[in-house]
Design a binder for this molecule. Structure first.
Ligand code: T4K
Length: 410
């Protein structure tokens, strides 16, 4: 535990952690059970192409979510691309900029214009009243992102979509196993996409899925993720290769057996962060809706620099020096990344809430690789710096004039 500013690694002290503490450290389920499944895959010599584990995985997910169809894929980015195409989205699609770049890339990759829409300051998801003013005759759909597991305003988006005859897809990469309005996420819009990437609280190494209650759409998705094959030698669509492998499905089936445990650990960590940071001025842990079931996979701080006396980026740099690899998801906003900032250079003008939030958020490590002691030490660092912010700022400025001991590789 550090109690004085001179102990900070930024100012010459030893880092609080000997090894880097990551935000996206994977949760690993029962290793013996996983290896047993992998051995079975090798024994059977059935490695991919809708093998038995993928089928079982899809059935398990569909049952758990309460949807008619789960189509497992190789990752969520390809799943988004395929869902966008299967839904017939073309022209322009409204999407938030406060998201991982993959949401917009999945559109641009298919020559569809992502029309960036601002977010609601409370939910940080698409602001429905901002969507309407962006609609043009070329608009064919809306992609909402359930950011950090908090669901979009699905009612407002649905009624807007109905009025304007638009398709609705949700990027639910962060919201697996969460509920919204008492229903499992996966049941909203025309379809929803999950990510099971290594950094998600539940992973299939790489992986993703599209879930839907639409039979016709599901059939199309299945064809499209398998080159458009409707049977041997019979291709009926232009398709791609979006298939999940058997090893990924084995990882998924094994992880599902520990899902409740992963969520319980995330929830305990989230509560500990909340308790330890209570009373730290200008630092707010973004809340989860207590009335819903959440996966608690992201611990996101909202830093009000006017209150803390230090900026989000100063806190980030301080933490990295201590070997805490906190992240600024999703700085600087997709609209400020290429190719979007060159293609649509004025977009930032209509995204004031997004522009404000990307400068304030800080995502902290959680998951089964993080301990209660780790969290206590991280919170103590934040408390120390914010309580002594005047002295911190003075030492920081002196350090700026001296050769840097450490800098965040951004
Ligand atoms: N939509 C949304 C809203 C998303 O957030 C994402 C992905 C997608 C769509 C697309 O889903 P996928 O196509 O990936 O299924 C990471 C993940 O790669 C990405 O999946 C995720 N969102 C995003 C939020 O985070 P990076 O560029 O930050 O990854 P990276 O390599 O910096 O890893 C993050 C941290 O995790 C590092 O501190 C290291 C640690 N890590 C990472 C890996 C891969 C580990 O400890 N072990 C590992 O195996 O994007």
């Amino acid at each position: 535990m550090k109690h004085t500013l001179s102990q900070l690694a930024l100012f010459g002290g030893a880092p609080a952690f000997a090894e880097p503490l990551h935000v996206g450290r994977p949760n690993i389920g029962d290793r013996a059970r996983l290896l047993e499944r992998i051995n079975h895959i090798l024994d059977e010599r059935w490695l991919t192409n809708a093998g038995p584990y993928v089928q079982e995985f899809e059935e398990r997910i569909a049952r758990m979510i309460g949807v008619k169809h789960c189509v497992a894929m190789c990752n969520a980015t390809v799943a988004l691309e395929i869902a966008i195409r299967a839904l017939g989205m073309t022209g322009e699609v409204v999407v938030p900029s406060m998201t991982f770049v993959a949401t917009a890339h999945a559109l641009q990759w298919q020559q569809i214009t992502p029309v960036f829409c601002d977010i609601d300051p409370d939910t940080l998801t698409l602001a429905p009243r901002r969507i309407e003013e962006l609609l043009t005759p070329r608009t064919t759909g809306i992609i909402g992102v359930h950011l950090w597991g908090r669901a979009c305003d699905t009612d407002a988006i649905q009624s807007l979509a109905r009025r304007h005859n638009l398709r609705v897809l949700y990027d639910a990469a962060h919201a697996f196993a969460s509920t919204h309005k008492g229903k499992m996420v996966g049941n909203f819009g025309d379809a929803e996409v999950f990510s099971f990437h290594a950094t998600k609280f539940f992973n299939t190494l790489e992986g993703g899925a599209v879930v839907t209650n639409d039979d016709e759409l599901a059939a199309k998705l299945r064809l499209m993720k398998n080159f458009g094959f409707a049977g041997y030698d019979n291709v009926v669509y232009v398709g791609t290769n979006g298939k999940m492998s058997e090893v990924s499905a084995a990882m998924g089936l094994t992880g599902l057996e520990s899902l409740d445990e992963f969520i319980a650990v995330n929830c305990a960590h989230y509560q500990q962060y909340n308790a330890e940071l209570a009373g730290v001025r200008g630092v707010r842990v973004l809340p989860y809706d207590a009335g819903e079931r959440a996966n608690y996979q992201y611990v996101v701080l909202d830093i009000d620099a006017a209150e803390t006396g230090v900026t989000r980026d100063q806190l980030l740099e301080m933490l990295w020096a201590e070997n805490v690899r906190a992240r600024r998801y999703f700085f600087p906003g997709v609209h400020r990344m290429e190719p979007y900032r060159s293609l649509y250079p004025m977009t930032h003008r209509r995204l004031p809430v997004t522009e404000n939030m990307v400068a304030r958020v800080l995502v902290l490590p959680t998951g089964t690789a993080v301990s209660g002691d780790d969290i206590r030490a991280i919170c103590q660092l934040l408390r120390l710096v914010t309580e002594q912010h005047t002295e911190f700022a003075r030492t920081w400025n002196e350090r700026q004039r001296a050769p840097a001991l450490f800098s965040v590789p951004v």
